[in-house]
Design a protein around this ligand. Sequence first.
Ligand code: AQP
Length: 327
Amino acid sequence: MAVVFSGVQPSGTLTLGNYLGAIKHFVDYQEEEESYFCIVNQHAITVPQDPKQLRDNTRSLAALYLAVGLDPKKTTLFVQSEVAEHAQLAWVMQTISYVGELERMTQFKEKAQNRGESIPAGLLTYPPLMAADMLLYKTTDVPVGDDQKQHIEITRDLAGRFNHRFGELFPLPKMRTPKVGARIMSLQDPTKKMSKSDANQNATIRLLDSEKDILKKLKRAQTDSDNTIRFDKENKPGVSNLLAIHSLCTGKTTEQLEQEYMGKGYGHLKVDTAEAVIEILRPIQARYNELISTSELDLILDEGAAKAREVASRTMKEVEHAMGLRR
Ligand code: AQP
């Protein structure tokens, strides 16, 4: 039986990258027998967060999950910190993780940069927490963008290590990335992924941006000086990123777009890409605005946490039995 799990950090308003690379696809996966979509707020606190902002972002992310089409009748939507077993299993996973393998993680190296003596230990132990998230539900499939490859690999290593030492308990989860859109790039530096915590506001399109802002940001997107519209990630990363976004929002292939824009300037591509993004986001924003201040949102999250707890506490008992932590 397939069990699907994925999470998003409430570390800022979601970007078009989070949407096209991950949550857009969650809607298809909710048709599987069992699926869990989590707001991973304990991951978010591995870097400093303002408490009020974190609370607001958590609520906002829950409303966005629903606005893109997740249906609480089909799937379990919940907040990580409301299911205590995540932190419990994360501790167990830390005890079987090696400092060396955690220090080699790209995300750790990037986020720990320039912090001198003040690197939060949670940045290092982020992967065992992420492994716990998936393993608690005996997850088989994880829909994520391709920046998460290393995290899925280490989860598989930890699951295998646990099974080897304490007996077969966890399936090894498989990563599921979309063929196109697995990595949407920054609009200001197209060699870097679009990221919700990017300080440069022009680098990201956020799912709640106004139409005016979307147009402005796309008009300012970095391209190149060669003025031909061609999909070539290596040599033309900015133009290729625009073509990928356009293609994902309209359903046209990048080859069709190359034909359509032959002989036209970058300005045309930018404006049309903005229109395509606005079209995709319009119904999501409308639904979001209906949901954000309703108590229905809290009810859904309460019920989701209760459902998740049932499964998570069962797994945690099995883990503790296997390890000799229960009398
Ligand atoms: N640029 C991207 N293109 C495609 N997919 C992406 N994802 C993130 N950025 C892109 C996917 O979105 C999901 C949720 O990500 P996350 O919240 O767990 O954290 P992240 O990957 O670290 O995303 P951000 O936006 O870069 O957050 P910050 O800035 O807080 O670190 C994941 O499935 C991810 O692959």
